[in-house]
Ligand binder design. Sequence first.
Ligand SMILES: [Zn+2]
Ligand SMILES: [Zn+2]
Length: 273
Amino acid sequence: MSDPLKIILLGTGSPRPTLDRHHPAALVQWGRAGTMLVDAGDGVVGQLLKAGIPLDGIHNVALTHMHWDHILGYPAFVWGSWNAGRQKLTVTGPRGTQAMHHQLVESYYREQAEWAIDLGFPRAGFDDVTVCDVPVGWSTEIDGCLVEAGPVYHPPMHALAFKFTYQGRTLVVTGDTAKCEELIAFSQGIDVLVIDACAIAPAPDLAPARQRIIERLHEFHASPQDCIDIAVQADVGKVVLTHHLPGAKPEFDASAFNGEVIIGNDLDEIKIS
Ligand SMILES: [Zn+2]
Ligand SMILES: [Zn+2]
């Protein structure tokens, strides 16, 4: 029997490109065929193919926010999965998601889509994409899995975390966030927390301008220690650190945490059974 709930980390990097970490994206799978792509950073289509995931089988996308590192691969996914035979698609995200779809897909590529349809592509797959801007507190059920949008702190962006509950197993994917009480409450008692750990301490040999950027990350991203503290306070079973800066070695003291800490890498699979 397949695992009830699992997540494949497709991209565990940060905006600065590296060879070993792609931009943020993950695939959540449940039951026999339930899937949701969470974020779609650059390289997401290639990473899905590397993970052996048929592109035409993904009918749900959740976007945590509209920062470019989380959506550059979105138009490539819409086109690539349509090309692979995908038809219906539902896309959910915070305020700005519909506008992003309109600008990155519909507005720029409509003419090319009509050309492809004239060549014989089905209209379904491009025309039946449903895009929804949703608030914190939104929820839906997909193939027996409860999917909920929760709060994070990532100013100045509208941003969401997503929680998955399937057959008693629970998973939260935060997207980008600093430590906040609302996220701790939303993640209370879950099995697995996949969380942004991008705000590391700046290396002393960094150029001053770069050092200032790294210091400012703490205003809207969690540090690895913040992630552990959130995991302790929310009493989660396992915490997975992601959104790593190039070459970063996350440092933290997890002695107060009873669960497991995973430093996420591209194409890692975390099963929740
Ligand atoms: Zn962001
Ligand atoms: Zn980001």
